[in-house]
Design a protein around this ligand. Sequence first.
Ligand SMILES: CC(C)(COP(=O)(O)OP(=O)(O)OC[C@H]1O[C@@H](n2cnc3c(N)ncnc32)[C@H](O)[C@@H]1OP(=O)(O)O)[C@@H](O)C(=O)NCCC(=O)NCCS
Length: 429
Amino acid sequence: MYAGLSNLARRKQNSIMSLNLRWVGEESFERVAETRMRCYAASANLLPRFIDGLGKIRREQPGDILLAEKNGEAVGTSTSLSMHIHMRGGRIACQGVAYVGTIKTARRLGAGEQHGVASQLMRETLRKAREREQPISALMPFRASYYEHFGYGNAERRAEWTVPLSILPKGDFAGYRFYRDSDLPRLMAMRHAECQRGQCDIETSPEAWQIWMSQWPDGMVAVDAGDSTSDGDLQSMVYFLEDRSGPSATIKIADWCADSPTAMLRLFRFLASLKDQYSEVRITLPGDFPLNRILRESQIPHRQVDHPVPAVRPFTRMQIRILDHARALQAMKLPSATSGKTTLLIRECEGTESRFTVDVDQGSIAVVPTSQSPALEISDVLWASIVSGDLRATAAQCVGLLPASTSPATLTLLDAFSDGPTPFCQEYF
Ligand SMILES: CC(C)(COP(=O)(O)OP(=O)(O)OC[C@H]1O[C@@H](n2cnc3c(N)ncnc32)[C@H](O)[C@@H]1OP(=O)(O)O)[C@@H](O)C(=O)NCCC(=O)NCCS
């Protein structure tokens, strides 16, 4: 039995040894589509869908797709998109990691010094981000704990609300009408402004617009053009689908954008007006959006009730890895009341250490490498969550993730990364 196991280990090692990693372009798209299908699909006849995904409407540029091959057969793939993330007012080049997968017959082959297929893909994918000088890498994980192996921490707080239309706020929404093709430039401008105001939001590229717009015919798109003439700014948009699979008809909001709290209120009023056709609406909002406060019933019940009430489910999604601490932090601006200095040691998943001083002067951040002993030593995973504003340093200390001995001055400084909008990304990849 034991001899059998060690043979298995040896077989695993040998099978991984010969892995060849190469970045490919259009010439290999058929191979990539087949590999993605073998990673994710339930059946081989779904291949055309994966081929379509690499057709004319796509975000991948030449050299963005990585293939792992063994003895000439593709066994895994990942994709490295070039994007921009907005963090505390700074626009930062960001890698968007997508389509990480190992084909169903080549998984969990790591043993000892030899990493598994996806682990090798992820290491090479992160190397690509460094080569492209992208200080941040972001992804939407299938399992957060898997990507923690590669230094990614949660960087988004989302909440899905299900609200009976009967308790939505009623009132004026006169600017609402169906989307027209001529709205596109103003829609893009509204979305871009939202991204700049937000935290950890990622810009919607022209290619991404093409992808999202190609899906619109599955539902309907309405915009709030206010009381302006055709060339005024748009105030909100909503892309909605209907779901009649349950006991009652639900409006599913697949995408929304609003340029002010007033515009958001009018969006909810518009949805309220649909109550003769639908019972409830499902919408995902930033985790701290106090939607129940503007409903006609503010209660999120603590007990069984017999009146219409909202339900809310918080969830995590995007994770980020900080690859270049100086460039990422120096692009950000903390609240102007923030001044102070601390020395940090970040334990990187590759086994290295990043040691630097964070010096904040009226919100402006300077990062200087140092050999001084650190005031705080933390993992890259926890650091990513603190910098993104997903986890307040004080809260991390409350649950024992930061040592009780962390100085109040260091905690106060790190808490400032959580001041401002909650991390929430409207883009998906
Ligand atoms: C998730 C997935 C990519 C993993 O692929 P894989 O090649 O089996 O991954 P690896 O072998 O690198 O890692 C698997 C596990 O082995 C561990 N491992 C890898 N190399 C190792 C080594 N040398 N020694 C010990 N453990 C090792 C990893 O840490 C990981 O551990 P975990 O399960 O505790 O997180 C693969 O299962 C997949 O494609 N699933 C489809 C899921 C999906 O939807 N993907 C995302 C869409 S974006």
